[in-house]
Design a protein around this ligand. Structure first.
Ligand code: GLV
Length: 372
């Protein structure tokens, strides 16, 4: 079947994958309100395209933390990719580097930082969960540095795991032939079957619930890598993130897998961008499935977006080729959106190229004088 948009991969993945695995990737927390909302909110933002602009040349390139990229679309960390396809994180790393973009490797990957580095050159970030055992965290960060990862994306929204009911019903556990490769040999590479979601039990046992702003400072004492805070949804926390020395902010609700009834990330973005006052770049993940979504995020001030589920679903469907295709489709759709909006470079994308529901309230035209 010819794939014409990235959402089509989800149906293929659902057919191909065992139910426990598909459910793990697909699920959101509790009522999954935020899961729907991450998508729906994009449809509340419409374009104000400009016409008769020469768009015969369009430049999608950008830099992220000083690294040159082909487009502002990057790969979010998603855990345990070898459950989707035997090549797992290797395939994702190769696809990202072929597309000239950044891959973020999950702490809970089924390939280690060294293994991913061995796939060849590429700009890579490392997503970090802070374990209770700080020596282990320091060791892992050092390994990521040595493997030439360029930044740490510190997940700040997971003191406990959100309640994903499908994982509880399925008694989710990591298939026995796989391990969390970054922790192999430390006796923490397995996610065993429990009476709950195995991952929720793992998090309860291993992850530090006491994580706080002082630990962001601590992290800076053990690494020179720039630290992005992933999971910021408010202006208040954006200010604190900057004060704590974050090099960037990722507006994220963890793919709607943590606290349900938080806003869609595209709804929270502008508040965070305003609070950041241009001091650090602000990125977004959550619900990005179309080039139009990427444009909307950039119009609201994002410096780039990350995609998560489209990667695991395309990986399940077609391995590295699937992930390459997802990146290509989003690239092409985004380029077309730019052309049809009259934007030739990312700098030309402005707030005036979109109109949101909340703008209508703000910008009511004055009443005509005849009716006064
Ligand atoms: C991992 O980060 C997950 O949300 O399952």
């Amino acid at each position: 079947m010819e794939i014409t948009n990235v959402m089509e991969y989800e149906a293929i993945a659902k057919q191909k994958l065992p139910k426990m695995i598909y459910d793990y990737y697909a699920s959101g927390a509790e009522d999954q309100w935020t899961l729907q909302e991450n998508r729906n909110a994009f449809s509340r933002i419409l374009f104000r395209p400009r016409i008769l602009i020469d768009v015969s040349k369009i430049d999608l390139t950008t830099t992220v933390l000083g690294f040159k990229m082909s487009m502002p679309i990057m790969i979010a960390p998603t855990a345990m990719q070898k459950m989707a396809h035997p090549d797992g994180e290797y395939a994702t790393a190769r696809a990202a580097s072929a597309a000239g973009t950044i891959m973020t490797l999950s702490s809970w990957a089924t390939s280690s930082v060294e293994e991913v580095a061995s796939t060849g050159p590429g700009i890579r970030f490392f997503q970090l969960y802070v374990h209770k055992d700080r020596n282990l965290v320091a060791q892992l960060v050092r390994r990521a540095e040595r493997a030439d990862f360029k930044a740490i994306a510190l997940t700040v929204d997971t003191p406990r795991l959100g309640r994903r009911e499908a994982d509880i019903k399925n008694r989710f556990s990591l298939p026995p032939f796989l391990t969390l490769k970054n922790f192999e040999g430390l006796d923490l590479g397995k996610i065993d079957k429990t009476n709950d979601s195995g991952l929720a039990s793992y998090v309860a046992g291993q992850i530090d619930r006491s994580l706080s702003w002082k630990d962001v400072k601590w992290l800076q004492t053990i690494t020179k890598l720039p630290i992005l805070l992933k999971g910021v949804l408010t202006a208040e926390d954006a200010r604190l993130a900057i004060e704590a020395g974050a090099a960037g902010i990722i507006v994220s609700n963890h793919g709607a897998r943590q606290l349900d009834y938080v806003p869609a990330t595209i709804m929270a973005l502008e508040e965070v961008v305003k609070a950041a006052q241009g001091q650090v770049p602000v990125f977004l993940d959550g619900g990005v499935r179309r080039g139009t979504d990427v444009f909307k995020a950039l119009a609201l001030g994002a410096s780039g977006v990350f995609i998560g589920r489209p990667v695991v679903f395309s990986l399940a469907a077609d391995g590295e080729a699937g992930v390459r295709k997802v990146l290509q489709i989003l690239h092409d759709e985004f380029e077309l959106t730019m052309a049809l909006c009259g934007c030739r470079s990312l700098k030309e994308i402005t707030r005036d190229h979109i109109v949101t529901e909340w703008d209508h309230c703000r910008r009511l035209p004055p009443l005509p004088s005849a009716r006064l």
